[in-house]
Design a protein around this ligand. Sequence first.
Ligand SMILES: NC(=O)c1ccc[n+]([C@@H]2O[C@H](COP(=O)([O-])OP(=O)(O)OC[C@H]3O[C@@H](n4cnc5c(N)ncnc54)[C@H](OP(=O)(O)O)[C@@H]3O)[C@@H](O)[C@H]2O)c1
Length: 470
Amino acid sequence: MASAMRYALSRRFAADRYNLVMVARNAQRLKEISDEFRRSFGVETHWIAKDLAVPEAAQNIFDELQNKQIHVDILVNNAGFNEYGPFIATDLHQELRMIQVHIGALTALTKLFLPAMVQRHRGGILNVGSTGSFAPVPLNTVYCASKAYILSFTEALAEELRGTGVMVTALCPGATKTEFASRANMGGARIFQGSLMDAGTVAEAGYHALLRGKTRIIPGFVNKATVASLRLLPRDMVARIGRWMMTPESGFFPEGRLDARVSQDEIGHVYDRLSGMYDIWGKLAESRARRRAIDLAGIEDGQSVLEVAVGTGLAFFEIVKRNQNGRNVGIDLSTGMLSKARKRLGKLSGANYELSIGTAFNLMTENESIDLLMNCYMFDLIPYDEMDKVLTEFKRVLKKGGKLILVNMTEGEKLGSKLYDFIYDLSPKTMGGCRGVRLSEKLKSHGFTVEVREYHQQALFPSEVILARK
Ligand SMILES: NC(=O)c1ccc[n+]([C@@H]2O[C@H](COP(=O)([O-])OP(=O)(O)OC[C@H]3O[C@@H](n4cnc5c(N)ncnc54)[C@H](OP(=O)(O)O)[C@@H]3O)[C@@H](O)[C@H]2O)c1
């Protein structure tokens, strides 16, 4: 399937008896298809092995064809590639090369070959864009920005050229079966998991659009419908959907999963706002996992218990009830959640507890002083690379053999359970900043012994309950 689009486009023109000049880097492959098209269609074929990322390439190609007195009636700017991934991690050198191929070479080739076409009142330019020309697409940030240039450039030039006899068309395919995805190492992206268009069909659409003088062509009904709907949605929403489409199921982060996207500074405010309705959510989606956590905690009266991120006190209430003669300390970042927790604990007469503002990153607790540390739905808010700090704190305050109970939103394992990660991906704050995490391996790497790890799903919401010991 090597360079299937180039092959299909060249073949389509050769089939209509156009002589060909093909440009790419791989000389061997160029020679093979050059020979094939000469044999099959009886057309003249030439090839030039050239790296279009080199700024002088366009001028060199132009000069070479001038010297050979080869006139270009139709210019097809098809060469392209992607540097895929989070912008912070992608290779700048490759991105600058991509910009040179998609923008620099395409503009220069057009500039050089267009005047003769206009003079002859005949000719055409087919620029290969993408459905990504219509949208900002994360993880293809530079690729789609450069493809947007191709569309804008083509549309403006088409208007300039009206009445000259020269056509210019942007061919904007969606995901197509070629080497493109594997070369960019993006075969795992969701967009390439569905049915892909065939390069021959795409080339056919581009060829006919150019001959009919259409300014742009989006091949395929699904691609057309996608682009039409993108135009109706706010750009921010388009970018979020684009991000989801481009993310592999397995994610991009060290643990291969979604990473936290709401900053720790914001979390307190987010939960202040959510505190009014948190209990309804807790009952609907988290109550089974919390009940199981309390069972696993096996609280014995007289213990020293710390709950980090008490929230509205749903678990803390049960802890204090069972540990009347022990020490119960609860902390949380959100004043809104804490005031709910205080109200709830107020219902327990003569209860023995302290509730205060506090952060998991810096526990105001002595070393090795805690028998049981409970923590519900907090790690799912913390970026992976910050989790180690918190686990180090947890280990510091737990007594040897002390119990750590963790409950978190986890990755969905059953039907429908990926819904919440999907919502998170589109809008993290709608999910209160929670995304699915798996903590067992991290705990082990901190020297905890994981005794129990259970998956609980309620209202499609996936939770994991872990009992670990220091
Ligand atoms: N496949 C898709 O899903 C898809 C979707 C939308 C748009 N497109 C666009 O379609 C066009 C064709 O891509 P494709 O899908 O056929 O991918 P492909 O199989 O990877 O082919 C890419 C073509 O571009 C040439 N090329 C890449 N870098 C070059 C450079 N520096 N100098 C000269 N030639 C270069 C390659 O030849 P050499 O490697 O021999 O140089 C090859 O002929 C690209 O513009 C791409 O952005 C593809």
